[in-house]
Design a protein around this ligand. Sequence first.
Ligand code: IMP
Length: 206
Amino acid sequence: MRTVWFMTGNVGKVREAKHALEPLGFEVKQLVVEGVEISEPQCDDLEVVARSKLEQSQAHLPHPDDALMVEDAGLFVDALDGFPGVYSAYVLKTLGCNGMLKLMEGNNNRNAEFQAVAALLLDGDVFISRGVCQGVLAAKASGEAGFGFDPIFVPNDIENEDITHTTNGLTFADVDLSVKENFSHRRKALDGLLELLSTPEAASSS
Ligand code: IMP
């Protein structure tokens, strides 16, 4: 099994990455960088943030030959021109889910999407993959599962040829992780990474 160090302080993200990658032969371990501030560049592009975090955390890999992954995500609300986007962590900490709903009071356009960018450093190459999950902001927060903005996000139904994925109007925090995975921006970004790994020529070099 190949070890992938996932640099994040968010155990919810680690749980989701393990769920996605371990059946495919990657052992996911959380890398917490202590005593050093990993800075986030001020920009509105998740990929720039993810690449910067990858570069900064590389020196903290326990074994230089292991793979290193970072992932940056955010909630982008249409009626707020994509806010909070790259500022999602700060907004969650300061306003919280209910504060976000307050910002949206009286707004009929509740369309929003989660975006995630996963960046993997493997054997000297950097692989980047994006995932998007479209949905709407709920009228009120609901559910105990998941993390972050999950209690206020209801994913749009996804209709494939023979199967429809729906939460029946429930939020991500109302459903199990295995249900969230059918829609999840993170899952799509991780699946994209795995696809890139199977076609190495698609890698963009660091
Ligand atoms: P970051 O990628 O850790 O910077 O995440 C930015 C913010 O978006 C954090 O506050 C997360 O809690 C939130 N967030 C990221 N992904 C998700 C998700 O899958 N569900 C709910 N909130 C999320």
